[in-house]
Write a protein that binds this ligand. Structure first.
Ligand code: ZN
Length: 91
């Protein structure tokens, strides 16, 4: 680590995030829990890996794996997405 890490970082305004699944994680650089931003890091056939970036310093503070099953569950839970379940009327 260099001692000259005092560049003023432009802090993004704390507006609405597009995704805010995770709220805050501990950042080693900031030495405290900071709000994180979720970024899609890797897409695999059976899962997706998300990277969590500290919104204060921009360093990666964690990762999360989402399996296809979990993703489908999450999408099914989305109120915006209409899931049409065929109903059979018993006559
Ligand atoms: Zn940080």
């Amino acid at each position: 680590m260099s001692p000259h890490q005092h560049e003023p970082q432009p802090r993004p305004p704390q507006s609405q995030f597009e995704n805010f699944t995770a709220s805050s994680l501990y950042c080693e650089k900031c030495r405290r829990a900071t709000p994180v931003r979720e970024r899609l890091l890797l897409v695999l056939p059976e899962k997706e890996i998300f990277d969590y970036l500290c919104t204060e310093c921009g360093s990666s503070v964690g990762q999360r794996e989402v399996t296809v099953g979990e993703k489908m569950m999450a999408e099914a839970m989305q109120p915006r997405r209409k899931v049409r379940i065929p109903l059979r009327s018993l006559r």
